[in-house]
Design a protein around this ligand. Structure first.
Ligand SMILES: [Zn+2]
Length: 215
């Protein structure tokens, strides 16, 4: 009797054993060539970091960055070389030109909330965050030479020069980073931009219309 009751399960178990999880998409690693050698030619203050981290969240080929162009990081941050390269481009191509247009003073400090954290992606328990491999940065405040602090929390929803600055750098970021989130993405990002170089491309700066979500 017991064998008869188990029999219908056999095809299911066979399928389950064969259904291997899909392979993890490959993260963006930057253009071909030696990333470290390229960084050495940029206006960026950095030092290479020995491979480390933990077994579930390894850090490979990373650098500790303390300044990109005219902007210091509020605290030096460990990140993948590819992320450092894109952050440098972001500062030069978008942050300073937008600051000149809207704030009339260069940004001198990027206040960030960290790059490396061994944890799962917000709201997606099935996969690790790009922060788990130091491949993401959260930026909350852009401080100018004149002492103004443009804050994602306070200024994102305004209708002034500061809000315009944040919109411009956010849209610019979407052309340089693979993943961009902001205050309108979800509650977890109400006080910062999230930029990453993961394999899951998204630029989510506008509120998600619940009607567009497939049930
Ligand atoms: Zn983040």
């Amino acid at each position: 009797m017991r064998r008869l009751r188990l029999a219908p399960l056999v095809p299911f178990l066979w399928l389950a054993a064969c259904a291997a999880p899909p392979p993890e998409p490959t993260p963006y690693v930057g253009p071909p060539g030696d990333c470290m050698a390229r960084l050495a030619t940029y206006d960026i203050e950095f030092e290479p970091v020995p491979d480390g981290g933990s077994s579930s969240c390894p850090i490979r080929g990373a650098v500790k960055v303390s300044r990109v162009g005219q902007a210091k990081l509020s605290t030096p941050a460990v990140m993948t070389c590819a992320l450092a390269e894109q952050l440098s481009a972001f500062e030069g191509i978008f942050v300073q030109p937008a600051a000149e247009r809207t704030l009339h003073s260069p940004v001198v400090i990027l206040h960030h909330y960290g790059t490396y954290a061994c944890r799962r992606a917000t709201g997606k328990r099935s996969r690790m965050s790009e922060h788990a491999r130091a491949n993401a940065i959260d930026i909350g405040v852009f401080e100018t030479a004149s002492g103004e602090r443009v804050s994602v929390t306070r200024n994102w929803n305004g209708h002034d020069a500061e809000a315009e600055f944040l919109k411009q750098v956010g849209q610019g970021a979407c052309t340089l980073f693979a993943g961009v989130l902001g205050p309108d993405s979800d509650a977890a990002h109400r006080d910062h931009f999230h930029f990453d170089l993961g394999p899951y491309g998204f630029c989510q700066l506008d509120p998600i219309d619940p009607r567009s979500v497939r049930k």
